[in-house]
Ligand binder design. Structure first.
Ligand SMILES: [Zn+2]
Length: 145
């Protein structure tokens, strides 16, 4: 049975001075099941991002496992210490300007030079009206040939 695969093991863990019950070891880290991981001390990468934190270079201190309801497939997720996590780097103004420029460049039609207010297809780099005109001209050329 699933419960017997990971027996409870009392172990020393980085997030507590006292020994804690774990479900054994995976990849050298304490293995925890959903429910026995202390949510105030440990978080997955996604959980950290949800509270605008990132691991900040620390190695995971434990592995969380669970089971998908539908497929029954097992999943594992690294757990990080929340008190060692760092705030997500805010986007710097310089980076924002660069991003805005890059986005603007991708919106300028190479034929009419206008900004149609949407990102152009990389294949044509044209706004839709210009693309249609050129496509019609190409069709005419093909017809004339
Ligand atoms: Zn155009």
């Amino acid at each position: 049975m699933a419960g017997r695969q990971y027996p409870w093991v009392l172990a020393s863990v980085p997030w507590s001075d006292a020994q804690q019950y774990t479900r054994g070891v995976k990849d050298g880290l304490p293995l925890l099941s959903h429910g026995c991981a202390p949510r105030d001390k440990l978080a997955t990468y996604r959980q950290l991002r949800a509270i605008e934190l990132r691991p900040g270079g620390q190695d995971p201190v434990a592995v969380l496992y669970g089971r998908h309801n539908g497929s029954k497939a097992k999943w594992f997720a690294n757990l990080y210490l929340i008190n060692r996590a760092k705030p997500v780097r805010p986007t710097t103004p310089a980076k924002q300007t660069a991003l805005a420029k890059a986005n603007l460049a991708r919106r300028i039609c190479r034929t009419c030079g206008k900004d149609p207010l949407y990102v152009l297809p990389t294949s044509t780099r044209q706004c839709w009206p210009c693309f249609e005109v050129e496509a019609a001209a190409t069709d005419a050329d093909v017809a004339a040939a």
